[in-house]
Write a protein that binds this ligand. Structure first.
Ligand SMILES: [Zn+2]
Length: 473
């Protein structure tokens, strides 16, 4: 498989005019003669788009071409008012890079064939579905939104690898802050070229193209289905036809949409309204200086610098804002593994329950570090800390304040603990004699009883010591 990914760029304005790129505006309110393709209107290239293309090219180890050419890709469709799309064809801005992915801890390198800049088309809107609607409406707000198309070599062998590649690529785009990676809004879309061949055959088989794959789950399912379909077809003596197919989510099958166009169907030629794009060494250097840390680099650093297990590091790095939260908390409470445990269990659970992204977490690194500090200096027990976590998360109140308000201070007063121990010992004479006869496992039972009695506030270490001393009599 080779994948073609389209990423919407986070520029304020469109690629060839000054119209806004903001998602969700009133239909056709972000349009002008240029992005409507009116006669005589001329495109002007948005410099930010070139910056972003170079950024991604550097992140994916590509050659940045000093000269690249925009080309017209001619075809007719109602969402394309000019009758052609401005893209890049023979001389794209970036070529020959790679992205490493990990499958069960094993590295695999996926080569990148090219990255090019192009404009998006408008959007057709239908009542319910395209099959049942009696009319089509066109929204040109999306017309000329800048895109980068990232084309991989056919290095991807399984649906699992495809998803790993897409997730890694999406992470890179988000870390670079050039695309929000939002699949629901169509900011990150994927087409897949799929072909199968017998092991001893060199050439790739005839391929089909799967269009508009827009969730990781559907991508995996549709690729698995298409691979099986092609193998069954060939094994039963049939032949794969080159065509474009769509995935039907409800039925879980792919079906033919149309015969696949060949490049010559598009009558590509150099865009006469735009000069060749020349990028000099200084421009590339400037972008290079401003490159942020990439997900893979961050992952390795979390493992080496903070001593985290790879599993923890992968979860934290999978979301840029979560990684940031982790690093901010370390600055205040320098115990990485403890913080990682709390983030992966308590914090992620609350975020998931409320369907909140880490970026919008109501709990701050300062609050978490204060809470962990209270546990560390034995002001409260871990049990209490976990109990009050949901309230801290929701209210944003200071942990110290909450602990005082609720009277949750850990009890380290020996006489108070001993008094409770004695009460418990009196209540369970049989268990006490069993313990004294050697059933030492019962210690946990007594700890639990005393804790329950003291509402979880006893200092656990002290409780254990006193309890053993008391039971041994
Ligand atoms: Zn415009």
């Amino acid at each position: 498989m080779g994948l073609e990914v389209h990423a919407h760029l986070l520029t304020d304005s469109k690629i060839f005019c000054g119209c806004s790129t903001k998602f969700g505006a009133e239909p056709n309110s972000h349009t002008c003669p240029t992005c409507m393709g009116l006669p005589g209107a001329l495109p002007v290239l948005n410099k930010k788009v070139v910056d972003f293309a170079i950024k991604l090219g550097l992140a994916l180890h590509c050659t940045i071409n000093k000269k690249s050419i925009f080309a017209r890709k001619n075809y007719y469709y109602p969402d394309l008012p000019k009758g052609y799309q401005i893209s890049q064809y023979e001389e794209p801005i970036c070529e020959h890079g790679y992205l490493d992915i990990y499958i069960n801890g094993n590295k695999k390198r996926i080569r990148i064939l090219r990255i090019h800049m192009e404009e998006d088309a408008g959007k057709l809107v239908h009542e319910n579905t395209i099959e049942t609607s009696s009319y089509s409406m066109v929204d040109y707000n999306r017309s000329s939104i800048p895109l980068l198309e990232i084309v991989s070599e056919p290095d991807i062998g399984t649906p699992e690898e495809a998803v790993a590649y897409l997730k890694a690529l999406r992470d890179v785009l988000i870390y670079l802050e050039i695309c929000d990676g939002n699949m629901e809004e169509g900011s990150f879309r994927c087409d897949a070229n799929v072909s199968v061949k017998k092991k001893d055959v060199k050439e790739l088989g005839t391929r089909t193209e799967l269009k508009n794959l827009n969730s990781f789950r559907f991508i995996e399912r549709s690729l698995a289905y298409e691979i099986e379909r092609q193998i069954d077809l060939i094994m039963s003596g049939g032949q794969v036809v080159q065509e474009t197919r769509l995935f039907n989510v409800e039925e879980g099958v792919t079906y033919s949409m149309r015969g696949k166009e060949e490049a010559h169907d598009y009558r590509y030629f150099p865009e006469p309204d735009l000069l060749p794009l020349i990028v000099d060494e200084r421009w590339i250097d400037e972008i290079h200086q401003g490159m942020p840390e990439l997900p893979m680099e961050k992952l390795e650093r979390f493992i080496t610098e903070h001593g985290l297990p790879r599993y923890d590091a992968e979860i934290l790095v999978s979301d840029k804002d979560l990684a940031h939260f982790f690093e901010e908390t370390i600055k205040l409470f320098p115990e990485p593994k403890t913080i990682s445990n709390w983030i992966m269990t308590e914090l992620l659970r609350e975020l998931k329950d409320g369907n909140v992204s880490p970026k919008d977490s109501p709990l701050s690194p300062a609050t978490l570090s204060e809470l962990l500090g209270l546990v560390k200096d034995q002001t409260i027990s871990i049990k209490i800390a976990k109990e009050i976590f949901p309230e801290l998360y929701r209210s944003g109140i200071s942990p110290k304040q909450l602990v005082e308000q609720k009277g949750l201070l850990q009890i380290s007063d020996e006489s108070a603990i001993i008094a409770t121990i004695d009460k418990v010992i009196e209540r369970f004479p049989k268990e006490v004699s069993d313990y004294r006869d050697g059933k030492e496992k019962l210690l946990g039972f007594f700890v639990g009883q005393v804790m329950k009695e003291m509402k979880g506030k006893a200092n656990p270490k002290l409780l254990n010591e006193l309890l053993v001393r008391r039971l041994k009599g």
